[in-house]
Design a protein around this ligand. Sequence first.
Ligand code: LLP
Length: 432
Amino acid sequence: MIGFSYCDGVLHADQVAVPAIAASVGTPFYCYSATALRQNYQAFALAFATAFKTNDRGATAPVGICYALKANSNLAVVKTLGMQGAGADVVSGGEMQRALAAGIPAGRIVFSGVGKTRDEIAAALSAGIHQINVESIPELQAVNAVAVAQGVTAPIALRVNPDVDAQTHHKIATGKKENKFGIDIDLAAAIYAEAATLPGIDPVGVAVHIGSQLTSLQPFQTAFERVAALVRTLRANGIAIARLDLGGGLGICYRDEEPPSVDAYATMVAAVTGELGCQVTIEPGRALVGNAGVLVAAVIYVKHGLSRRFVIVDAAMNDLIRPALYDAYHRVIPVRQAAEATDTTPADVVGPVCESGDTFAVQRPLPPLESEDLVAFMSAGAYGAVMASTYNTRPLVPEVLVDGTDFAIVRRRPAIAELLAAESLPPWLDHN
Ligand code: LLP
């Protein structure tokens, strides 16, 4: 993983020793590498600039890379990517406020999501964002009504559902017609025709997103070919589609997956869509931040059962829910590398939460570990901190951004008292 490597047997984030951060911040904590964030972004920027430049079939407008904030919406992470030129893909009014607060211009923000409220639509239109991706007829009508009330025209794309199997975990596949997302591609032409008659709507684009953690180009390509065919139909029908939003979804390596390279992805996008001459937006999340972050935890106890070695750490499913929710694999490594000759034996790495699902790793070969040893859960930069909860009244863990030899806390650990302070007793319980 760029940004994380052993130096003299100690795991470093950029040039900072992870134990030094742990000593300063306490465990558990998330740790992100600014170097990795920038490199990941630049890989996309370069790949798309190259693919679309060398493509002789027409597209000239720069490809917009709208980082999907849902993967990791920490302001410092968003700002680091924004300073590289990233726009933002947001799915709530809250995420829009974050993107703006991190300095992403409204003109580089796309609003996706299957259920935007009227308040969220109004806020997006007031901010003057680049585009709203609409996912249903009632939502189209809501955007129209809000736009008319504001005296503006909303630039929209209809998110279509191309009925393509993304070949990923079923909970993060979104492109089959039985999924709740988008408008069936076969209904789209009629709905665009309706959209074109609405005074508050400017149907400028087509959007698609078929799922996350895709490790093959084929489903993307099938979906994009269907979208390209739709664009041709729409243009023939007199609707001037000028933009394509191709969503996110490019997978990363957690274990031994071999996802397509960013270059191969960009080349395919240019080959399938280049001749349309559209302004293309992509919405990568995981591929930008997933391997730019780790979750660091300390061992509390090691318990030797009759059939198992349990390594009980101070992070839990509330801090990183991906293993519990998707049976996701995260590499677990000791922060201090074991001596070369050390044997590994299988261990279950578990958290302190009172559920068997609070298990990070089953029968993983690990060197001997003791109380207070540090371990790192790798590839935790995407869908880690953002999906955390305070289950078991465990405060959200801090987030740390490292840049070269510097590190800073970019979200602090709240005190338990702060959690309790948000709650109040009803008058009938508040006597003494
Ligand atoms: N655009 C849209 C409309 C999306 O729904 C998503 C992700 C993305 C872009 C970014 O996708 P990415 O490039 O990150 O694959 N919590 C799950 C992943 C959920 C993805 C939801 N949508 C996980 O931990 O695997």
